[in-house]
Design a protein around this ligand. Structure first.
Ligand code: GDP
Ligand code: MG
Length: 441
């Protein structure tokens, strides 16, 4: 999307107000981008309509470019459609045991999420939970939950072979009451596809357990399929929320936007890995950023506008885009980063920076090295700064001596420069710097 937005911004540059044709043109690109991010067509339509209506005729604020303004409107609307800024947690407002029922297709992550929630409920909410598997379809499904229960230290209902799901649900209710459990988590069976038998089973289980929460668990990587699944469940069982699993994968976030629209229910959690603490409250802001594909570009722009001089930034963006990023640039970049709140913060916002940051951590790059960096680069000849390959062992020793450091630290700086150059290229590939360049301009 950033590539497209970059082009849109170029065209929008230097306008005073957002005209209808400006906005419509921008929306054409955004429409394609959303479809590429796996957002369902009806959702895309509604989204584009909403943004168009808001954007047309809006005066462009003096302090920002039309491009920035469109990004902001698109971002705001995405966040809004994803559920706004208020996080919706689990609803415990019922007579205990509060029943939380998990539904979804086979392999979507129900059992794992059940255990994750069990742990969360015990640790974060300090409540006593009981977990029960009603999955009699898959061999060892009940055993799987039992093992997970031991890992997260949450009790599971003892397994009785041959018992049917509805009977297990009844027994789980009784057992939860007897144990004075606050919460009962019901992990149900899925199917490979949505079918009538599955829906009938879910209805029957809901009938005997009157759940306070019915959470639809969907795999965010399945994109359009996830939307169809959500559609099938909606109206059949009284859903109260959605859990999107595998958000640690390379899902582009489109499923989230569709899911919210199709079910009309809040996305409550995002599963972010196989480990049992890999679950997070769903964050619309982050996912909106992911759909836009530019990291948290909006706040980056806001910060950048404050602290970077526009011409400096443009020159740097141009150099980076051409793949020329020498040690002098690194030095300047570091100064700007410091103005913008430090390395860590910037790394968190720019997609490509994460890699550079990880590389830094891997090479033991710490604040001390950062402090020396200026002196080290300062001790090199101008030629070496533009062409670090010139630095042989002897010269490295001299530079180390000149900067009061050692060869190891000099090597670290050179490694960091290499990694950042690589990250910049990656950003360029994603069109990010182009977008940024246009935003600054
Ligand atoms: P179920 O059939 O719906 O009960 O699915 P399971 O809970 O058994 O999960 C199926 C597989 O998906 C398991 O290997 C889980 O470890 C994995 N899984 C579940 N949630 C996540 C997640 O958020 N991220 C990743 N990477 N894997 C997950
Ligand atoms: Mg399961």
């Amino acid at each position: 999307l950033s590539d497209r937005l970059g082009n849109v911004f170029d065209r929008l540059k230097g306008r005073g107000a957002l005209s209808e044709s400006d906005v419509r043109e921008a929306m054409r690109e955004i429409r394609i981008a959303l479809l590429e991010a796996d957002v369902a067509l009806p959702v895309v339509r509604r989204f584009i309509d909403a943004v168009t209506e808001k954007a047309i005729g809006q005066d462009v604020l003096k302090s920002v470019t039309p491009g920035q303004q469109v990004v902001k409107i698109v971002d705001d609307e995405l966040v809004d459609m994803l559920g706004g800024t208020e996080v919706e947690g689990l609803n415990f407002a019922a007579k205990p045991p509060v029943v939380i029922m998990m539904v979804g297709l086979q392999g979507s992550g129900k059992t794992t999420t059940t255990a994750k929630l069990g742990k969360l409920i015990r640790q974060k909410h300090g409540k006593k939970a009981l977990m029960a598997s009603l999955d009699v379809n898959r061999p060892a499904a009940q055993e799987q939950l039992k093992v997970l229960g031991e890992q997260v230290e949450v009790a599971t209902l003892p397994i009785i072979e041959g018992q049917q799901p509805v009977d297990i649900a009844r027994r789980a209710m009784e057992s939860a009451k007897l144990q004075a459990a606050d919460v009962l988590l019901l992990d149900t069976a899925g199917r490979l596809h949505v079918d009538e038998a599955l829906m009938a089973e879910m209805k029957a289980i809901a009938g005997v357990s009157t759940p306070t929460e019915v959470l639809l668990v969907v795999d965010s990587l399945t994109g359009q399929d996830a939307v169809n699944v959500a559609q099938s469940f909606t109206g059949e069982v009284p859903l109260t929320g959605v859990v999107l699993t595998r958000m640690d994968g390379d899902a582009r976030g489109g499923a989230a936007l569709s899911m919210r629209y199709v079910t009309g229910k809040p996305i409550k959690f995002a599963g972010t890995g196989e480990k049992l603490d890999a679950i997070e409250a769903f964050d619309p802001r982050r996912v909106a950023g992911r759909i836009l594909g530019m990291g948290d570009v909006v706040s980056l722009v806001e910060k950048a506008a404050e602290s970077i001089k526009q011409d400096e930034a443009e020159a740097l963006a141009k150099k980076m885009a051409q793949g020329q990023f020498d040690l002098d640039d690194l030095r300047m970049q570091l100064k700007q980063m410091q103005n913008m709140g430090g390395l860590g913060m910037l790394a968190g916002m720019l997609p490509g920076m994460k890699k550079a940051k990880a590389a830094m951590a891997a090479s033991n790059m710490d604040d001390r090295v950062l402090l020396h960096m200026d002196a080290i680069i300062g001790s090199m000849t101008p030629k070496e700064r533009t062409k670090p390959a010139l630095l042989n062992a002897k010269r490295k020793k001299r530079v180390a001596a000149g900067s009061g450091t050692d060869v190891q630290t000099v090597n670290k700086v050179l490694k960091m420069h290499q990694e950042m150059g690589r990250a910049m290229k990656q950003i360029k590939k994603m069109g990010g710097m182009k977008g940024l360049g246009a935003l600054f301009g």
